[in-house]
Design a protein. Structure first.
Length: 135
């Protein structure tokens, strides 16, 4: 007996995604093109739902769609993608570390500017606001 096919809404719900996300993943080549019913509706197999759930988990870890595609291509090539996944996770950690450092620097700049704003009069001759103009 053939596995039951699911509509896009059913597959999305089963994988914890939106219908839009499923369409995006299909359009970006992460998911094989869906079969179509005689009425033209997309139909997905239980295997497609497992793949969608994998993509959702990878995205929840912060992997970019291109990263997910790389992992899937390695797996489809018949090799385990674990070494590549380790490298991708290391790269994301480094990206996050850079983002955190940038945000901390921005926070310090905002704090310093705010502190200086209490000591600066709001001059009428300023173009807009001397607090920002002199920052």
């Amino acid at each position: 007996m053939a596995s039951p096919m699911l509509t896009i809404g059913q597959a999305a719900r089963a994988a914890g995604l939106t219908r839009k996300a499923v369409r995006v993943y299909e359009a970006r080549g992460l998911l094989p093109e869906a079969e179509r019913s005689t009425a033209g509706y997309r139909l997905y197999s239980p295997g497609d739902v497992e793949l969608l759930a994998f993509i959702r988990r990878a995205r929840a870890l912060g992997l970019h769609l291109d990263d997910v595609r790389e992992v899937l291509e390695i797996r489809r090539g018949g090799r385990p993608p674990c070494d590549a996944v380790r490298d991708l996770l290391d790269a994301r950690v480094a990206e996050i570390d850079t983002t955190v450092a940038d945000l901390l620097a921005l926070r310090q700049a905002l704090t310093d500017t705010r502190r200086a704003a209490d000591e600066r009069p709001c001059a009428e001759s300023s173009e807009v606001c001397p607090i920002i103009e002199d920052a």
